[in-house]
Design a protein around this ligand. Structure first.
Ligand code: FE
Ligand code: FE
Ligand code: ZN
Length: 276
């Protein structure tokens, strides 16, 4: 059974997201832990969290993926911006324990001219401060397209972050198909080789989720603009190879394509129909 979901609005609460996911044929979903631009998080309703856990069990959902606000910058040159990322992510991880054993994804950030070495060091410092033995969540670094001074533009940078984290068993990677294609990994013509490279550098056992997005821009553009499945430079057939690849097909796939619910439902139906 293909594990597939889409990015959903979290404004109506946990159980509502589970039901919304089911209504579009999904068996998982992604959501923002809080307003992606702002800082304020709604108080968690433990009953609602419990209701989602029961719902997910009954419907045999795959793990869900929480996404940190994309405005955080864990490797900003400004200490107060790094501190804000630290406090927000620390709070997110506390909140995630209401849904134990799921996934939390964040963008490593932009080093803004400090250099990748310094940036990676700051990300490692932050992770070492917020990870703890008791945590049941797996924290994922997202592969980035390499626009500007983004960290995570290649597999080596992700590996260097993971290597610096004391509790590295809590860490994994979320591979975004649009981002890696824009970054210069040719998943259209050389998927096997890209996965081999990922395995050599990061280890495929670290790969915990896929963001399944087509790209509005050409290969190696370092842009990061998502397109609907089959309407971008990656194309439907490459997407079908990705969801069916023996090294990937067990993973949960999350659509972050420019769609409302009906569009997501169509993409999920399309991809389910091509899953072997
Ligand atoms: Fe993301
Ligand atoms: Fe993504
Ligand atoms: Zn993106």
């Amino acid at each position: 059974m293909l594990k597939i979901g889409a990015h959903l609005s979290s404004s109506k609460g946990f159980l509502a997201m589970g039901e919304m996911a089911e209504s579009i044929g999904a068996n998982t979903f992604q959501f923002f832990t809080r307003n992606p631009r702002g800082s304020k998080a709604k108080a968690i309703d433990p009953e609602d969290a419990k209701a989602l856990i029961d719902f997910m069990e009954k419907k045999q959902f795959a793990k869900v993926l929480a996404h940190a606000p994309y405005t955080l910058n864990p490797c900003s040159a400004k200490p107060e911006t790094r501190e804000f990322a630290h406090l927000t992510m620390e709070d997110d991880l506390k909140r995630m324990e209401y849904l134990p054993g799921n996934l939390y994804n964040f963008h490593p950030g932009s080093h803004v001219g400090q250099g990748s070495e310094a940036g990676i060091g700051q990300i490692v410092t932050l992770l070492n401060a917020i990870l703890s033995e008791e945590l049941t969540t797996t924290v994922l670094l997202e592969t980035m397209s390499g626009k500007g001074t983004e960290i995570g533009r290649n597999f080596e940078e992700l590996r260097r972050i993971i290597d610096g984290v004391d509790l590295h068993e809590k860490m994994g990677v979320c591979l975004d198909t649009c981002h890696v294609y824009d970054a210069g990994y040719d998943i259209v013509h050389h998927l096997d080789e890209v996965l081999e490279e990922f395995d050599q550098i990061v280890g495929l056992d670290r790969l915990k989720a896929i963001h399944l997005n087509d790209s509005k821009n050409p290969f190696e553009s370092h842009k990061d603009r998502h397109e609907k499945i089959g309407e971008g430079s990656i194309g439907l057939e490459a997407m079908v190879r990705i969801i069916n690849h023996p090294k990937l097909k067990h993973l949960p796939f999350f659509l972050e394509t420019p769609n409302e619910l009906p569009g997501y439902k169509e993409e999920i139906t399309l991809l389910r129909g091509r899953y072997e």
